[in-house]
Design a protein around this ligand. Structure first.
Ligand SMILES: [Fe+2]
Ligand SMILES: [Fe+2]
Length: 474
């Protein structure tokens, strides 16, 4: 399973043995590169960036580090090693052999799942393309570009599946993945969150913490798939994805840390005084958290979903970490939902567990999100302040599912539309919050320097110092 780097497209799928497929992908490659030049990170394409490149799918030592100009990054196709004994892990076909080819009846659904996943990868690169200019340090600039090139590679992962298993339809979908663009009025990206522009680094850190984490849970679900090549490609993507969430997690930690330093210097928790000192007050951090967390919650879909039930029944998409459950068929289990009753209160409804799979996955996601929040709160607590960051309720500010459009407080208590309107300024970033955050976004590209609104990281990348020359600008 070693990676072949002599081919034009690096791969560990023996691409050279399938000339037709290889040619089709080599034809798509220049289109991808054109997309990268047009919509990838703006103005940094000639910089030498200290990046990691996947060179093995072995869990230990899978990447090598070195300076690369981003357009020369070796985007490739890497699947985890095939386990010849792997069996279907859930649903109606539990225990049967996994599929190396797609059963005809699932072709359309699987294509849709792969396209939806694939669409998010280039979308995030497009959303983040202006951020290089405002990076708080060369270390952060490098991390941004690392995330960007790997999202580009994730697009390759999905395009490979489309080309290899879906014939002409797949090739057309691969073209369209480069034709839809984030925020485009005519051809937007498929999912809402991926059309939100990311203009500042607080949003970038929130995005990599909350939205990349949605990606993690989608990939975990697909890593359980009975369609073995999809499962294996997602398993490897998860290896890369961990760094993206690390960027978000440590980014927010560093913002909080810097704010606490300023609070201590000023001996004040007055938001305006903190802002005047050039740091981000904690209530503003909370508002950005509210925005990106709730936006990411919608990505899991409706609480009740017959699609989710059939994905599970058919073995297409499992629960994250399916092995942790005892019952993998779940024909008789139920799930109790708390839903709005339409008159300002809540009611409970018991539904078959299979229909609640989106909610099960969302629940795992929320628990995972909470870990970082607890870490950030420990910093605040240690500094002696009573403020706490909290995840809002999964009912708050939803646009999809039973709670879509239902006005609630961040704690999930139903309120009137007027009450919501009156408080939105306090619960979500408002115009002046956004203007303030943007006012801090002055790029720091000098080696060894760091913007004043964020603390330096505890350590650098790949055992290098924090002030290492992570990006060589020309
Ligand atoms: Fe990704
Ligand atoms: Fe990611």
């Amino acid at each position: 399973m070693s990676i072949n780097y002599t081919d034009r497209i690096p791969n560990n799928v023996d691409l050279g043995s399938n000339r037709t497929l290889q040619r089709a992908l080599e034809h798509w490659q220049p289109e991808f590169l054109k997309w990268w030049e047009d919509l990838g990170p703006k103005d940094f394409q000639v910089a030498d960036v200290y990046l990691r490149t996947a060179t093995s799918v072995d869990a230990k030592g899978w990447a090598t580090y070195g300076y690369v100009r981003m357009p020369e990054y070796r985007w490739g196709i890497f699947l985890n090693q095939r386990d010849p004994n792997r069996r279907i892990g859930f649903g109606d076909n539990y225990g049967q052999e996994v599929w190396q080819q797609i059963p005809g009846e699932y072709r359309a659904i699987l294509r849709r799942l792969i396209v939806t996943q694939g669409d998010t990868e280039p979308a995030s690169v497009e959303q983040q393309r202006m951020l290089g200019h405002t990076a708080p340090s060369p270390y952060d600039l490098r991390n941004l570009f690392q995330v960007n090139v790997e999202e580009g590679r994730h697009l390759w992962a999905m395009v490979y599946l489309l080309h290899a298993y879906f014939g002409r339809d797949g090739r057309e979908e691969a073209e369209e993945l480069l034709e839809r663009h984030s925020g485009d009025a005519d051809k937007p990206r498929i999912l809402g969150t991926f059309n939100e522009p990311i203009r500042d680094w607080l949003s970038f850190f929130m995005f990599t913490y909350f939205t990349d984490r949605d990606g993690k849970f989608q990939l975990k679900s697909l890593a359980e798939s009975s369609f073995d090549p999809l499962a294996r490609t997602c398993q490897f993507m998860l290896t890369e994805e961990a760094h993206h969430m690390f960027v978000g997690d440590t980014g927010i930690s560093r913002v909080v840390k810097r704010t606490l330093e300023v609070m201590k210097e000023l001996n004040s928790d007055d938001p305006q005084a903190i802002r005047n000192a050039g740091a981000i007050d904690l209530p503003t951090v909370q508002k950005y958290l509210n925005f990106w967390f709730t936006s990411s919650l919608d990505l899991f879909g409706s609480e009740t979903s017959s699609n989710a039930a059939s994905y599970f029944a058919n073995g297409l998409k499992g629960r994250p970490d399916e092995a942790q459950y005892e019952d993998h068929v779940v024909l008789d289990q139920t799930y109790v939902l708390e839903l709005p009753d339409g008159s300002g209160n809540t009611k409970t409804e018991e539904i078959p567990l299979r229909n609640a799979m989106n909610e099960v996955t969302r629940g795992s996601y929320v628990r995972d999100c909470d870990r970082g929040v607890n870490r950030w709160n420990r910093l605040i607590e240690k500094a002696g302040y009573s403020f706490r960051l909290t995840l809002p309720s999964t009912r708050f500010r939803r646009n999809i599912g039973n709670w879509a459009g239902v006005p609630t407080t961040p704690e999930g208590v139903p309120i009137s539309a007027e009450q919501l309107a009156a408080h939105l300024n306090q619960w979500l970033p408002n115009e002046s919050d956004r203007a303030f955050i943007l006012s801090l976004m002055n790029g720091v590209h000098q080696q060894g320097k760091m913007a004043a609104w964020i603390a330096p990281p505890d350590r650098g990348i790949n055992n290098n110092p924090v002030d290492y020359e992570y990006v060589k600008l020309h």
